[in-house]
Design a protein around this ligand. Structure first.
Ligand code: GLU
Length: 421
């Protein structure tokens, strides 16, 4: 996992070659500002108490309060949290939100907990990190295996600690508790707007428009649905239990119906006979134009990148491609629309939610969609143009674009030439 942060920092070094940036800026961005590591003691339904490792990292807050989700996952580590917080720092800069980057996690398999245990764990998390988070300090949100109900419990716990309603402390809340319209599908929708905006440049308009989606959680389901409605054909998809394929197309709504009853994509295939089961790496190698990694980090690596046929890769997951795999894909001429741009729709609508909470004035779904679309198109186009003008990858261009903003903010406090020059 230490490799994860090293890999992330190597992308920063690469981008720094293309931006006029003071070495002090890079020094600051190399390390997290603050990471708190705790153990949460939670009463289980059988009367026993169990302890869970948990973390929150505020990576950099130069551009504003830190922002980023909380994941509940059995493989989470402190290094993973710091890396995800680093990515959030760049993501918020790329789409110009007035935020720094943060992230949190609990090492737990949430599926092994009862609903009451999950609620106690969520409240224990806020109890432990109440001094670190806050509407002007650090604002959590959902991430892998956390959802709006968990955000609701967390907002409620924080409000009871500070003794007043404080909805802006966390985003991704249920609508009835100050959530925003459009937050549920925002990550996928942002990626969708980006892809649609670049469709012509990516040569997708008159292509076969076949799509493979890896991961069928919140981001995976919604991107499959949005692209399906737009005439794209979902030829393969997977979840944590397996992968399925059908060159004739898979109906994402029918898969979601099985998933919402606790079934998997494999159950969908066996119950309907509408898809065949394939291996994880075979899924990635299916013939398609667009591949959407929407699961976890490091899924596309040096051993499976060579088999990928997609020309366009839309990274809805955070960090799904290792630096080595990036080089393999680059050499094949594939275009990666990188996480810090492609999945920024989630945090963008989180920002809208935070603004609405602070204003006490709520926007329509149409306003949310219009504003999200405008941001994805403006920033997406800037990154696209930077890529073309410098002859670099989309990822390096996105980092360079974010770095320019971060650098301007850090340097505005004065760098060495100002003090000694
Ligand atoms: N967890 C999401 C991400 O990785 C959303 C973060 C947020 O809304 O603050 O971008």
């Amino acid at each position: 996992m230490e490799d994860l942060l090293a890999g992330a920092l190597s992308r920063l070094d690469e981008a720094a070659k293309h931006v006029d940036v003071d070495p002090e800026v890079l020094e600051k961005l190399k390390y997290p500002k603050e990471t708190l590591s705790v153990r949460l003691m939670v009463r289980m339904d059988d009367g026993s108490r169990r302890s869970f490792p948990a973390w929150r990292c505020r990576y950099d807050d130069t551009r504003g309060p830190t922002k980023g989700g909380i994941r509940f996952h059995p493989a989470s580590t402190m290094e993973e949290v710091a890396t995800l917080a680093f990515w959030m720092t760049f993501k918020c800069a790329v789409v110009n939100l007035p935020y720094g980057g943060g992230k949190g996690a609990v090492m737990v398999d949430p599926h092994s907990l009862s609903k009451s245990e999950l609620e106690r764990l969520s409240r224990a998390y806020v109890h432990a990190f109440a001094g670190m988070i806050g509407p002007d300090r650090d604002i959590p949100a959902p991430d892998v295996y956390t959802n709006s109900m968990i955000m609701g419990w967390m907002a409620d716990e924080y409000s009871s600690i500070v003794r007043q309603p404080s909805p802006a402390v966390i985003t991704g809340k249920p609508l009835a508790l100050g959530g925003s319209l459009g937050r549920d599908d925002a990550t996928a929708r942002g990626g969708f707007y980006l892809l649609k905006h670049l469709e012509q440049d990516l040569d997708l308009i008159s292509s076969a428009k076949r799509v493979v989606v890896q991961g069928f959680g919140n981001a995976g389901y919604h991107i499959a649905r949005l692209l399906h409605e737009e005439g794209y054909r979902i030829v393969g998809l997977s979840d944590s239990r397996g992968a399925i394929a059908n060159p004739g197309g898979i109906d994402p709504y029918a898969v979601q119906a099985v998933k919402s009853e606790g079934g998997s994509v494999l159950d969908y295939a066996s119950r309907t006979g509408q898809a065949r089961v394939v291996g994880e790496d075979d899924l990635l190698a299916l013939d398609c134009e667009v591949l959407v990694p929407a699961a976890l980090e490091d899924q596309i690596h040096k051993d499976n990148a060579g088999g990928i046929t997609a020309r366009v890769i839309l990274e809805l997951a955070n960090g799904p491609i290792t630096p080595e795999a990036d080089r393999i894909l680059d050499a094949k001429g594939a275009i990666v629309l990188p996480d810090i741009l492609a999945n920024a729709g989630g945090v963008t609508v989180s920002y809208f939610e935070w603004v609405q909470n602070r204003q006490g004035y709520y926007w329509t779904l149409e306003e949310i969609h219009d504003r999200l679309k405008a941001i994805m198109e403006v920033e997406g186009r800037r990154v696209w143009d930077l890529r073309a003008s410098k002859g670099i990858s989309m990822r390096t261009a996105a980092y360079a674009h974010g770095l320019e903003r971060l650098s301007a903010a850090i340097a505005a406090h004065g760098t060495q030439p100002f003090f000694v020059g």
